[in-house]
Write a protein that binds this ligand. Structure first.
Ligand code: SAM
Length: 226
């Protein structure tokens, strides 16, 4: 499938995102360390997700764009067999250091090194915000591929009608990770197209931000009552 940004162009936004998180992985980890403690609604979403994974009979869950691993570790505490994947090698170093014993791997959501149907669930929390619109369809198709039928998908992303202007190249500046804002209904339509059944897309508004949450599952689950 075409991402619409093949070759050097695709490499460019991935390379900029990687370099930006590599540049200050420790600082980012510090910033988000106790975030869940301050955001009870996000904790509730995680608890619901964990409960749904359990109801499916459990299985492997990928935290894609895991950063320093705070969500992976939180899900593990909730009994979920979670592991993390991140584009930034420095971020993965931090995750491994902060959560010894948990599994973290360097990788990109644009090319997941996972077998078809191997996951019970996948979470991408504040990570599709870095994927350009014209690459998102292929990323969601990849999520669909690695989930088993009925497998759950949980997305968290910044909500908005418009994104800030894309970073203009400046030889002096270090690479930036460009953040996109999206309408939940727009993301739901992309998921529908990728073969997911969208269950809910609430918006969580706090003083700090408006978070879009999207819970969906890969179509093809047999009706457990039949
Ligand atoms: C805003 S941080 C969120 C980190 C973590 N999910 C959290 O909530 O603390 C975004 C993360 O997504 C990762 N990321 C961005 N693009 C990615 C890609 N194509 N594949 C995997 N990870 C990616 C970045 O390296 C970064 O660690």
């Amino acid at each position: 499938m075409s991402t619409g940004r093949e070759g050097p162009q695709a490499e460019r936004w991935l390379a900029d995102t990687r370099a930006s998180y590599d540049a200050d992985a420790t600082g980012y980890a510090e910033e988000v360390r106790n975030l869940l403690e301050r955001l009870p609604a996000e904790r509730d979403v995680m608890a619901l997700f964990a409960e749904r994974v359990r109801a499916l009979g459990g299985g492997l869950v990928a935290d894609v764009g895991c950063g320093p691993g705070r969500i992976t570790a939180h899900l593990r505490k909730l009994g979920v067999d979670a592991f993390g994947i991140d584009l930034s090698p420095r971020m993965i170093e931090v995750a491994r250091r902060e959560h010894p014993g948990l599994r973290f791997e360097v990788g990109s959501m644009t090319r997941l090194d996972l077998a078809d149907g191997s996951l019970a669930a996948l979470i991408a929390w504040y990570s599709i915000i870095h994927v350009p619109d014209d690459a998102l369809g292929a990323v969601l198709a990849g999520f669909h591929r690695v989930l088993r039928p009925g497998g759950l998908l949980l997305l968290g992303f910044h909500v908005g009608d418009t994104s800030p202007p894309e970073h203009q190249e400046n030889a002096e500046s270090r690479p930036e990770s460009y953040v996109r804002r999206r309408r939940p209904s727009e993301v739901a339509a992309w998921l529908d197209e990728a073969g997911f059944e969208v269950e809910a897309h609430p918006t969580l508004t706090s003083a700090a931000r408006t978070l879009g949450v999207l819970l969906a599952h890969r179509q093809g689950l047999e009706d457990p009552s039949s």
